[in-house]
Design a protein around this ligand. Sequence first.
Ligand SMILES: O=C(O)c1ccccc1NCC(=O)[C@H](O)[C@H](O)COP(=O)(O)O
Length: 263
Amino acid sequence: MTILDEILSVKRLEVKQLLMNEQDVSRETILKRPSLFNALKDAKKLQVIAEIKRASPSKGLIAEGANPVAQANLYEKAGAACISVLTDSTFFKGSMNDLAAVAETVRLPLLCKDFIIHEVQIDRAIQAGASVVLLIVAALDDVTLQRLHRYATEGGLDVLVEVHDVQELQRALAIDAKIIGVNNRDLRTFEVDLARTEEVAKQFPFDEDRVFISESGIFNEEDARRVATAGACAVLVGESLMRSASVHASIQSLQVPKVGVLS
Ligand SMILES: O=C(O)c1ccccc1NCC(=O)[C@H](O)[C@H](O)COP(=O)(O)O
């Protein structure tokens, strides 16, 4: 059993619980946030999606006592383009309360980073103030992927569709995903390799309608330059920012010039 299988079995139980309380769920959101797609598309420099990450299956505790609101404020002041909040509690020690608290303070696009398998989780993300949700291709069959993508888009959300290889990229393109991220972390071995971004980039249809993001294992300017050279317009960064002594300096160092891939 892979870690993703383990996580998904917990998510199925969580969804059952959420559905028992479904009458509480509305798709109301309080604040309209800027579009993540536009923020990434128009920027001249590599953009940073800065993640609030207390712990992870691969690294254990990273910053257990971190205050998500204080961290999000640091990210916003340092020039992050989007804040990502890990809301899973079992494996990442996050929560929907973290997301809701961050939503009250920052005005940036806000990503609910979880393992979404059902519409009810999207409703909860909207309710907590998210403007972006993550759909992981490896976690979903094609029909469910398309259904959840449409549901989130119709709910006014941006959707980050995560892939690990070229096959998954083709599945993301088949549903016309606009924001596609390559996760550099192998969810079976936890091995991180930025070559994943480079491999997928070779088959990525760079055009005005799509943005390409590199996720995981970005620690320094050299990493940022490498994925920017491959065509990424943004990086999603958790651990290195959570451990950074100067979030401002770290984020600034990742904002390297974007490399034009459009012909
Ligand atoms: O981080 C993990 O160990 C992990 C394990 C299994 C599934 C997902 C996992 N991480 C989620 C993420 O996508 C990362 O938090 C995100 O890309 C940031 O990665 P990093 O900068 O390496 O912390």
